[in-house]
Design a protein around this ligand. Structure first.
Ligand SMILES: Cc1cc2nc3c(=O)[nH]c(=O)nc-3n(C[C@H](O)[C@H](O)[C@H](O)COP(=O)(O)OP(=O)(O)OC[C@H]3O[C@@H](n4cnc5c(N)ncnc54)[C@H](O)[C@@H]3O)c2cc1C
Length: 272
């Protein structure tokens, strides 16, 4: 009998390309040694050898498992080292982990994406999946907010997305180059109408944005069961062992990261 597979063992992956998105955010295009099948909304543990690992959402289409993209903000120890890596360097990847978005529950409905800042990576994987079977949804709409025009990620794809979905954008602080809305992302929800009986919403972004985004959706009449949240927590193992990511009895890493607001609303401090 062979040794059981070590669940913490990453697969090697070569950095094929690095795209500078904003001054603090880069997209890493990596080719794993073996195809890495996943469902949109799932995440992986990405390793910088000799430094450490961290959880990151795949931002690439899940029907392309041979090449993965991760869009990563430089916020600390591991991400700083990752941002110094170059094309041809080797990282590790293990996973995929988590549940991902339940697309079949969105069939026939208006799907409203409310996205802030570096919430766009998992939202982009979701968008690719929604567009892949666009006819199954009644309407696709995305409200995206960033701090400033410079903080908008995937600038080179915005016009293409705009041709395929209703896209509204805002920045907290505009400059003379900005032709769209100025204000926090929730202001965009006042500019659009929904068929509330037949709509779901997906909220991804920093905790404060997720909190006020969810409250605004409730105010607009969305039911807690129709608001889907992709949650982030400080997380280490990714596989339900270390317990760092728990909210009450739920593991963000294996029960989530996608939950309905209905599932979480009675727990304290969910937006921390
Ligand atoms: C399911 C999931 C998906 C994620 N997807 C992305 C993504 O697509 N792009 C992206 O840029 N980031 C993503 N993150 C956040 C990312 O994991 C952290 O920013 C990263 O691990 C920080 O590592 P560090 O060593 O550079 O920072 P540290 O030096 O450890 O800390 C820097 C700061 O980040 C906080 N932090 C550290 N680890 C985490 C963590 N795992 N989650 C939340 N906050 C943390 C610390 O409390 C501290 O305030 C995701 C997190 C989760 C849980």
């Amino acid at each position: 009998m062979g040794q059981p597979k070590n669940p913490y063992q990453p697969v090697k992956a070569v950095i094929e390309n690095i795209i500078d998105e904003t001054p603090g955010i880069k997209t890493f295009v990596i080719k794993p040694e073996e195809a890495f099948g996943f469902h949109c909304g799932q995440f992986a543990e990405l390793t910088v050898p000799g430094v450490g690992e961290g959880p990151f959402a795949m931002s690439s289409p899940c029907h392309k498992p041979e090449m993965l993209e991760f869009t990563i903000q430089n916020v600390g120890y591991m991400t700083q080292r990752l941002h110094k890596m170059k094309k041809g360097d080797v990282v590790g990847v293990r996973g995929p982990y988590g549940n991902g978005f339940p697309l079949e529950k969105y069939y026939g409905k208006e799907v409203v994406l409310l996205i802030g800042g570096v919430g766009f990576p998992p939202a982009r994987a979701l968008l690719y999946s929604l567009l892949h079977e666009k006819d199954k949804f009644k309407r696709l709409l995305m409200c995206y907010g960033a701090r400033t025009p410079q903080d908008v990620v995937y600038k080179y794809q915005i016009e293409d997305f705009r041709k395929q979905i209703e896209l509204h954008m805002t920045v907290d602080k505009a400059d003379e180059s900005w032709k769209e809305t100025e204000g926090v992302v929730t202001v965009l929800l006042d500019k659009v109408n929904f068929d509330l009986k037949n709509a779901v919403s997906v909220v991804i972004g920093p905790p404060i944005m997720m909190k006020f985004g969810t409250l605004k959706l409730l105010e607009k009449g969305f039911k807690p069961r129709d608001i889907f949240l992709s949650m982030e927590r400080k997380m280490y193992c990714g596989i339900g062992q270390c317990r760092h990511c728990m909210i009450d009895h739920l593991f963000i890493c294996k029960d989530g990261p996608v939950f309905t607001y209905q599932e979480l609303k009675d727990f304290p401090d969910i937006w921390e």
